[in-house]
Ligand binder design. Structure first.
Ligand code: NDP
Length: 398
């Protein structure tokens, strides 16, 4: 008997709930709780399983979380609310003896800054409590780390250059929309870029470095260097890496909209006074932008996310290696009602939960995904809707 509690009923939470319900041998009982209960009820109705119950919680409050956990007594919490809630949920897990998994690292609300130190600081307490916390188990972070661990285990004696490449080759037909929570998304891409080289972090201007890269089944797309959180844990866990970078594709129209949003102050995250009220411009913008959960129906095309790695193979010879998954927006929509960005995040979160609950990734402490055995996870990716491909000794373009 394994009871799982999903916190967050957005695009990703919807996919996680669908995929847990598809694996009843592991997830015998499912609870979805979020700030707005009607969204949880709608997900439960759409899935139609009598194993799903719903509840409500403000996950900013440890007290409310503790009450929720005591009411349901789950074995594991899948946190797919927002990164702001990571620490309160981890705290409540420790108080109630519950295992933890998330898909994005903690960010303070008043500062667009993310790093693992806040969550790594919980390592000793999780160890002492005999509980497992898995950090960053979506696609990127998540599968990007598992792909890297798989490459290290099976193909490389020394990984030297790592480039994570993330392409959305889809078209939702809107003038401007983000594919996941707009506030989190815009905070992420308007920051300075950063990459790792020869033991140092190099900072660039926002979206300053870019180049065309070719993606399987999609073609050539301009790809922009961003800072992404998994770089921090991957260079720590694989010290032979000399350079680690993250690239994401954006279209011209998207970037023009983003520039305007920034120029007119709508990307600001500090509160301003408006008609006697304090509002945060970026939060207001989120309220008027298309809801990412409603993009699915007319979304065409695919995402393609993978790792391009260069180094030495097990025999010490030069090796280039590309491992990736392509995911169709339309197929994701038909299966779960959500587009591929939510799908590619929610499926790995469910697989990570499955790894913990079946004992394959059960180890007391706080861990990034690459610290576990990648093989059972890679096997499930193929079974659960995210099949992967690999190529050896090709031109990586990076
Ligand atoms: P959404 O904004 O669609 O959903 C977030 C959900 O969390 C909503 O249901 C929201 O409730 C709920 N929520 C927010 N604040 C609270 C709170 N204080 N208490 C309880 N519930 C709360 O986001 P997504 O589904 O698109 O993304 C979910 C997470 O996945 C994010 O952390 C995002 O960063 C991460 N992500 C990770 C990726 C990866 O590859 N690793 C890729 C994409 C996303 P309400 O509806 O009431 O607002």
């Amino acid at each position: 008997m394994s009871k799982v509690l999903i916190i967050g009923a957005g695009g990703v939470g919807t996919v996680v709930a669908h995929k847990c319900a598809q694996n009843p041998d592991v997830f015998t009982s499912i609870v979805i709780a979020s700030r707005t209960r009607s969204k949880c009820d709608a997900i439960a109705r759409a899935i139609g399983s009598d194993r799903i119950t719903t509840d409500t919680v403000d996950a900013d409050s440890v007290e409310q979380l503790v009450e929720l956990f005591n009411r349901h007594r789950p074995e594991l919490v899948i946190n797919v609310a927002l990164p702001y809630q990571d620490l309160t949920i981890m705290e409540a897990c420790l108080q109630c003896g519950v295992n933890y998994l998330d898909t994005a690292n903690y960010e303070p609300k008043d500062e667009a800054h993310f790093e693992y130190s806040w969550q790594w600081a919980y390592k000793k307490r999780f160890e002492e409590a005999g509980l497992t916390a898995v950090l960053g188990c979506g696609f990127d972070p998540g599968v990007s780390g598992v792909f890297t661990a798989y490459a290290a285990k099976h193909h490389f004696s020394e990984m030297q250059y790592l480039d994570i490449v993330d392409c959305n080759g889809g078209d939702h037909g809107k003038a401007f929309a983000t594919n996941f929570n707009p506030e989190i998304n815009i905070r992420e891409i308007t920051q300075n870029g950063r990459f790792y080289q020869d033991g140092e972090w190099v900072t660039t201007g926002p979206l300053e470095i870019h180049k065309p890269l070719t993606y399987p089944n999609i073609g050539v797309r301009e790809s922009y260097l961003l800072y992404h959180e998994e770089l921090e844990s991957l260079v720590k866990n694989y010290p032979s890496i000399r350079r680690a970078r993250f690239w994401m594709t954006f279209g011209e129209a998207y970037l023009t909209h983003l520039r305007v949003i920034q120029d007119i102050g709508m990307a600001r995250i500090d509160p301003i006074e408006y008609q006697g009220m304090q509002i945060v411009p970026l939060q207001f913008l989120k309220a008027v932008l298309p809801n990412p959960q409603e993009l699915g129906e007319n979304y065409t095309g695919e995402t393609s996310i993978g790792c391009r790695i260069e180094g030495l193979d097990k025999e010490g010879r030069h090796l280039t290696y590309y491992i990736w998954n392509n995911c169709s927006h339309h197929a994701s929509y038909l299966e779960t009602g959500m587009q591929a960005v939510s799908y590619t995040t929610g499926v790995p979160a469910m697989i990570g939960a499955m790894m913990v609950l079946t004992g394959k990734w059960k180890r007391a402490g706080v861990w990034n995904v690459e610290e576990f055995d990648p093989d059972p996870f890679m096997e499930q990716l193929n079974k659960q809707g995210l099949p992967w491909n690999e190529q050896f000794n090709i031109n990586l373009e990076v």
